[in-house]
Design a protein around this ligand. Structure first.
Ligand SMILES: Nc1ncnc2c1ncn2[C@@H]1O[C@H](COP(=O)(O)OP(=O)(O)OP(=O)(O)O)[C@@H](O)[C@H]1O
Ligand SMILES: [Mg+2]
Length: 459
């Protein structure tokens, strides 16, 4: 081996050693880099850290009008070269730079002996000015596995000042390195896409959770509002329902009074009596309102020991006209051993009046049998007041629905009567139940606790 040959071989061995080290360090970077910018920049730095290269840079091909190859990473001496020289992957002069050729053709491109060559085009003049003698540009290309479309289109350019440094082996080495970089970039992009997908998923989950929380909150608010409205509606309906009776009485007493006064010789005494009844009805109406308000406010009304037998008689007297108008026979039976029971007088009157008026309504359609209303008081462990009729009866399927607020089968009914009755009875610690009558009709049974410990309406 000649001396010249020996020196050539040893230079080759040194280069191979350098490239191996470079490859080894780049390899590590493929696994360490967190993003493609970091990867490309680190690779450029590794490449120039040996003695072989003066400048290393990586650029991406843009789809702008000038088909620019835009540097995204750079390291080494004379990086201003990249600022001075425009590189294009199109067809103009700027495309003659090795990087432009590599990017356009997708093949590695090598230029050697630059110092001894022409100073045109521009890139050559700038390279010569910086002492670059050789240049290798290799494409950075990868295709999407899924669609086959190019998802990385760039170039890696390296410049050396050493003569003869860029032999065929160098082209092969940098082309291989570029292939590895391309793969690493693609992998990082996939990770990023995965992270993005993950973040988007997390965001979406959070958004969905927020939306369902909002919906839940809205549903709760709606429910609260409905409940408030129902309570208010029930209260208003209860007042309207219960106030109708005294109002009707006020109107008829008022009319009676007017008639007495309209006579040629006005009957002052009768008119006075009618007015007294109006005052009484007015008081009753306000008692009813107060009673219902207390029912909803759970306070304000007192229960007091009452003679329930007398109370039942009073109610029957109140409804006597309606009962008589329907040709209904009234039967009563009163428990003789009934002691005063702690109840709210007005409220229990309301209950019984409602039950009796329902019974009257139920019998108005009955023509083939006697219309009989039976109201009794019975004492056992508790006080029972069954209100029985021989009316049309209730379909067993509707037996519980009749207590629902606003449930009615009547054209002019409000459907509040039984709902109010049940609330009142239950506030007294009692129960209101319905059963089929024997042989026809219906029995509504009020059961109230008697004796000490019995709960009364209101505190
Ligand atoms: N004694 C009865 N016999 C047959 N059906 C009855 C009887 N009492 C109540 N019902 C049924 O139950 C329904 C509800 O009664 P509820 O007293 O609550 O309301 P309503 O009488 O229809 O109207 P209002 O609010 O004016 O009293 C009635 O419409 C009727 O269909
Ligand atoms: Mg009713």
């Amino acid at each position: 081996m000649s001396k010249e040959q020996a020196s050539h071989e040893s230079k080759r061995a040194v280069r191979l050693g350098r490239r191996l080290r470079t490859l080894y360090r780049c390899n590590r970077m493929f696994f360490q880099a967190r993003n493609e910018q970091e990867l490309l920049q680190s690779i450029c730095q590794i490449l120039v850290s040996g003695d072989e290269l003066r400048l290393a840079w990586g650029g991406y091909c843009e789809n702008d009008a000038g088909k620019t190859v835009r540097p995204v990473a750079r390291a080494g001496h004379g990086v201003d070269f990249l600022k001075r020289v425009r590189i294009s992957w199109g067809e103009d002069d700027a495309a003659l730079a090795p990087a432009g050729v590599a990017a356009r053709t997708g093949e590695a491109h090598r230029a050697v002996g630059i110092q001894a060559g022409p100073k045109t085009p521009e890139w050559r003049a700038e390279a010569i000015a910086r002492g670059f003698d050789g240049c290798i540009a290799v494409p950075l290309v990868s295709h999407s596995h899924r669609t086959g479309a190019i998802d990385l289109h760039g170039v890696l350019g390296v410049y050396t000042a050493e003569r003869d440094a860029f032999d065929e082996g160098a082209v092969e080495f940098y082309a291989e390195l570029a292939a590895c970089i391309s793969q690493a970039v693609t992998a990082l992009r996939a990770d990023l896409a995965g992270d993005l997908a993950h973040d988007v998923m997390a965001l979406r989950t959070a958004e969905e959770r927020r939306r369902s929380e909002d919906a839940l909150r809205k549903a709760r608010t709606d429910l609260d509002r409905v409940m408030q409205m129902t309570a208010m509606g029930e209260m208003a309906a209860s007042i309207a329902h219960e106030i109708n009776q005294p109002l009707g009485a006020i109107v008829s007493n008022g009319n009676a009074g007017l008639r007495w006064l309209a006579n040629a010789e006005p009957d002052i005494e009768e008119a006075r009596a009618a007015l007294k009844r109006i005052v009484g009805d007015g008081h009753r109406a306000s008692e009813v309102v107060a009673g219902i308000r207390s029912m909803f406010k759970k306070g304000g009304q007192h229960a007091a020991p009452q003679d329930v037998n007398a109370l039942v008689r009073e109610v029957l007297a109140l409804v006597r006209n309606e009962v008589a108008a329907q040709g209904i026979t009234v039967r009563t039976e009163f428990a003789s051993d009934l002691l005063p029971v702690e109840v709210n007088r007005v409220q229990l009157q309301q209950v019984l009046a409602n039950l009796i008026m329902n019974a009257v309504d139920a019998m108005s359609a009955v023509v083939d049998r006697a219309r009989v209303l039976r109201v009794t008081t019975q004492v056992d462990a508790s006080l029972m007041i069954p209100v029985e009729d021989t009316g049309i009866g209730i379909d067993p399927a509707d037996a519980e629905r009749v207590f629902d607020p606003f449930y009615t089968t009547k054209t002019h009914g409000m459907g509040m009567g039984l709902s109010i009755c049940r609330s009142i009875v239950e506030m007294h610690g009692g129960r209101l139940t319905v059963a089929k009558g024997e042989p026809d009709g219906t029995v509504f049974r009020v059961t109230l606790p008697i004796g000490r410990g019995a709960e009364a309406a209101g505190p």
